[in-house]
Design a protein around this ligand. Structure first.
Ligand SMILES: Cc1cc2nc3c(=O)[nH]c(=O)nc-3n(C[C@H](O)[C@H](O)[C@H](O)COP(=O)(O)O)c2cc1C
Ligand SMILES: [Mn+2]
Length: 450
């Protein structure tokens, strides 16, 4: 299979009837409202004031469209991602990239020349939502993550570095020496690059190798023009520059967050943009918050859940991180259970990152059908025996129920976690769960009687 890029994915969505192409002229400020109304992904061909640009968004706002990007069924997404993690392919280096067909440096650098509008009612300003940010540390090597950047001036943005991450650690190390951290921000990439970049890979590992594993082919990287970093050669747009050594001092936000809530004002560093490169006919990717972020987070949480189950020697059959849990706080799995493994599975799933609720069922339950899941929870759970509650585990500050604001500056919150074992309890014969079958379905055909 030939490696697919951002444009191939847009084509695939269109082939599948999952793309709404808007040819009439739109003001950039109308785009988020139009995008929110389209059931499909959207593509804007004619943007007032931006004759060179087109814009695509809401590309993976549904699990169906994420499955199209991964060329698999919706149920297979987690397994497809897990498989790629076991088949890393290092990136290759190329001398030229379409992402550098046009280069702006010095006084030509102008973020207002890129069509990114205000997205949500309470946002502090327009922000870049669908980024892949590359950085480097002399000891730890290149790193890739996704980070939001809110507009400040034509040559400056903020960057949301509040949570702990590899890049935050790199920035802290540079800051300790009073130095800036060079970064390159690539936008307009296939979901494989986006998934790899949001995966919490161990530090020192190169996330581009995960993207390679997903593609089944190496990601071609090209050297940046003004910083000592490499970016995917086929990106639509790249911003090069540095995070100033000022620490967490600049107000940024609020943002529409991936928890589906408008966040608070945060304190963050500033990104000084030195160079902007893009394709000759660039397409801007406006990642639709929160749903695209949530659907991109789900496979990452699910693959971690699969790995945790396997380490616990429990056999997973199906897994999902519900979008209502923002692809992050919940995990539901069905397993091929041996006695006691309902509980082992819960302990494994609850060990993943900040997952705070987990449900485990037997493999006869289709966990993707909420009615099936309710049925299992109604008839297989005795709450005094089958619900596990843990206290004091690691939490994420943007979950309002952990009351992070009470901790003062820099305080790290903790959370309770809950597991529900909805497998058939040990000792209850399977025969008590024999499902009703309608009589005679295979003996008559309705159309013969109409
Ligand atoms: C669309 C999207 C936007 C994200 N924005 C941020 C962000 O602004 N700040 C942040 O800390 N993490 C953000 N994340 C999560 C990080 O990308 C993720 O934790 C990643 O593993 C960080 O990589 P690193 O630790 O290798 O630097 C985002 C994820 C996605 C999918
Ligand atoms: Mn990393």
């Amino acid at each position: 299979m030939a490696r697919k890029g951002f444009r191939d994915f847009v084509d695939d969505l269109e082939q599948a009837g999952e793309l709404c192409r808007v040819t009439k002229e739109v003001d950039p400020r109308q785009i988020p409202g139009l995008m929110a109304q389209a059931p499909e992904a959207t593509f804007f061909e004619n943007i007032t004031g931006y004759p060179d640009w087109r814009l695509a968004g809401a590309l993976v706002s549904t699990r169906k469209r994420l499955a199209i990007s991964m060329d698999c069924s919706q149920d297979d997404i987690a397994f497809r991602f897990e498989e790629a993690l076991g088949r890393l392919i290092d990136p290759i280096h190329v001398n030229e990239g379409a992402c550098q067909e046009v280069v702006h440096t010095g006084d030509d650098v102008d973020l207002t020349a890129i069509p990114y509008p205000l997205m949500h009612v309470f946002d502090g300003g327009p922000y870049l939502s669908g980024t892949l940010v590359v950085s480097n540390d002399p000891e730890y090597g290149p790193n890739v993550g996704s980070y939001r950047l809110m507009y400040r001036t034509p040559r400056e943005t903020g960057i949301d570095l509040v949570s702990s991450s590899d890049m935050r650690f790199y920035y802290q190390r540079a800051l300790d020496q009073g130095k800036p951290l060079e970064i390159a921000v690539a936008i307009g990439l296939h979901p494989f690059e986006m998934l790899a970049s949001s995966y919490k890979a161990p530090i020192r590992s190169n996330e581009f190798a995960i993207a390679g594993g997903l593609h089944g082919e190496a990601v071609p990287l090209v050297k940046c023009k003004t910083v000592d970093l490499e970016v995917p050669a086929d990106a639509e747009l790249v911003l090069e520059g540095e995070l100033l050594p000022i620490g967490w001092t600049a107000d940024e936000g609020p943002f529409g967050e991936f928890n589906q809530i408008s966040g608070d004002v945060k304190w963050n560093p500033i990104f000084r943009v030195k160079c902007i490169t893009h394709r000759r006919d660039p397409i801007f990717y406006l990642l639709q918050m929160p749903l695209e972020n949530d659907w991109l987070s789900a496979p990452v949480t699910e693959a971690a859940g699969l790995q945790a189950l396997r380490v616990a020697s429990v056999e997973p059959v199906s897994i999902r991180a519900p979008v209502g849990s923002c692809g992050y706080w919940g995990l539901v799995a069905s397993i091929r259970k041996r006695p006691g493994e309902g509980k082992n599975a819960l302990l494994a799933l609850l060990s993943v990152a900040e997952v705070k609720y987990a449900v485990v069922t037997d493999d006869d339950i289709n966990i993707h059908d909420p009615d099936e899941l309710d049925w299992a929870m109604a008839l297989r759970v005795q709450a005094d025996k089958d619900v596990i509650i843990l206290t004091g585990a690691r939490a994420k500050h943007i979950d309002p129920s952990v009351r992070a604001w009470e901790l003062g500056k820099g305080g790290l919150p903790t959370t309770a976690k809950m597991g529900i074992d909805a497998t058939i309890p040990e000792g209850i014969p399977k025969k008590f769960y024999k499902r009703i079958e309608q009589y005679g379905v295979d003996r008559v055909r309705l159309e013969d009687f109409l």
